[in-house]
Design a binder for this molecule. Structure first.
Ligand code: FES
Length: 130
């Protein structure tokens, strides 16, 4: 059995540093866990593709499962969309809209991030997940 190590949990608040941009090569993604003030844990992920860096909550709008079948694998095999590992729904990378599959018409919940002056991916807002 293989165990995968998740990065350490980070606080869900503006300015929290997720990782250096260089840790997410073009065409890949990376998962993180955030904790809020009440100690609740939420999984998010960041994808880097075609110069675009986006982040979403790691929850499929269809059945609420994590999107990655194995840690840090969020893109479909063609690299053009985010794909849910459970039933195969596909989401546009740029805005998280579901474009195929059982949750067509819904979308991923976005997480606000930016690249800071040191080249790190940081949260710009508290995520306010319910
Ligand atoms: S849980 Fe994601 S497509 Fe069903």
């Amino acid at each position: 059995m293989t165990f995968f190590a998740r990065p350490p949990r980070r606080e869900d608040r503006p300015g929290t540093r997720l990782c250096p941009l260089a840790e997410i090569p073009e065409g890949t993604g990376k998962g993180f866990e955030l904790t809020d003030r009440d100690g609740r844990v939420r999984a998010i992920f960041v994808v880097r593709r075609n110069g675009c860096v986006v982040a979403y909550r790691n929850v499929c709008p269809h059945a609420g499962t994590p999107l990655d079948f194995k840690p840090d694998t969020f893109l479909a095999s063609d690299g053009e969309t985010i794909q849910c590992a459970t039933h195969g729904a596909r989401f546009r990378i740029e805005d998280g809209a579901c474009i195929a599959g059982p949750c067509n018409g819904k979308g991923l919940t976005g997480v606000a991030v930016e690249i800071d002056a040191n080249g790190a991916i940081v949260l710009t807002h508290r995520s306010n997940f319910n």
